[in-house]
Design a protein around this ligand. Structure first.
Ligand code: SME
Length: 156
């Protein structure tokens, strides 16, 4: 998707997410809403969803859209684990070049993983988006997705 179009779609979907979550306190419902609205707005999103930190050092599948996702991911595995361990966004243009990448679906070619923090700055989850195209994610995705996950800071 060309940069200008991406910006436009992100601006629209961000407003839509903000409006839909207005007054909502529940974390899981808010994650489900974000995954759904993002997945159906950006046509290069093949898998869109959250992995939650429910045990120290381990991620568990949360609300998502797309094909079947792996259930448990340890912090020392895959792109999701690396982003959770470092507490920072990771963009991978070609997942086959990422050591330890977990191929939940062989169609996945590139991905972005964004950490999610609560209002005590504790890591509570990661937002994982996979694309069936190589090099699908850039700084535009990073900026907007990092903004969108801040909507989850005060949810419980
Ligand atoms: N690609 C991820 C695994 C999760 S799924 O693709 C849904 C990773 O390597 O962290």
């Amino acid at each position: 998707m060309v940069r200008e179009r991406k910006e436009e779609v992100y601006r629209r979907v961000t407003d839509e997410i903000r409006a839909t979550l207005e007054g909502e306190r529940d974390l899981i419902s808010s994650m489900a809403t974000i995954a759904c609205l993002l997945h159906h707005s950006l046509d290069y999103f093949f898998w869109t969803g959250f992995y939650r930190v429910v045990t120290p050092g381990e991620l568990l599948i949360g609300p998502y859209q797309g094909t079947l996702g792996c259930l448990h991911i340890s912090f020392d595995r895959g792109v999701c684990g690396a982003a959770a361990g470092r507490g920072e966004t990771i963009i991978v243009p070609d997942v086959h070049q990422f050591p330890g990448h977990i191929a939940c679906d062989p169609s996945s070619k590139s991905e972005i993983v964004v950490p999610v923090f609560n209002d005590r700055d504790e890591l509570i989850a990661v937002l994982d988006v996979d694309s069936a195209e190589y090099d699908a994610f850039d700084e535009v995705d990073r900026r907007h997705l990092e903004e969108i996950v801040t909507f989850l800071r005060d949810k419980r």
